[in-house]
Design a protein around this ligand. Structure first.
Ligand code: HEC
Length: 102
């Protein structure tokens, strides 16, 4: 009986993990990025939104491109090193940006 309960809770944690990662990308984006990029826009430079057309024009094709921008941004954007936003967090934000803003 005890073992069964334990197994069930381990399973619950495992199956909850991917959903949690998705939530955390969205949450991290809200915390760090949405101030300047509400709805994937850009309040400082309207030509540099997070929508696919602009990203592709600037050679940002996947989450790695978004992370590269966070690590080495252009004029006006805050720089986020691995202390401010860890690599796994940065990946989650990058994946969120690519899948959310078409
Ligand atoms: C203080 C305002 C500000 C914050 C906060 C900010 N950005 Fe930016 N972002 C900018 C500006 C200004 C640019 C245009 C300059 C450039 O290309 O770096 C930009 C550009 C970008 C681009 C390139 C867009 C394009 O079309 O080429 C990406 C991707 C991006 N930001 C992602 C993020 C992410 C992810 C975060 C949060 C971790 C974030 N930004 C936080 C201001 C901000």
């Amino acid at each position: 009986m005890y073992q069964k309960v334990l197994a069930a809770s381990v399973l619950a944690v495992l199956t909850a993990a991917p959903a949690f990662a998705a939530v955390s990308g969205a949450t991290l984006f809200k915390q760090h990025c949405a101030f300047c990029h509400p709805d994937g826009g850009n309040i400082m430079n309207k030509n540099k939104t997070l929508h696919k057309k602009d990203l592709n024009r600037d050679g940002i094709k996947d989450w790695k491109g978004v992370v590269a921008k966070m690590r080495n941004p252009g004029p006006g954007m805050t720089r986020y090193d691995a202390k401010a936003i860890t690599d796994p967090q940065a990946k989650a934000i990058g994946e969120y940006v690519i899948k959310t803003f078409k």
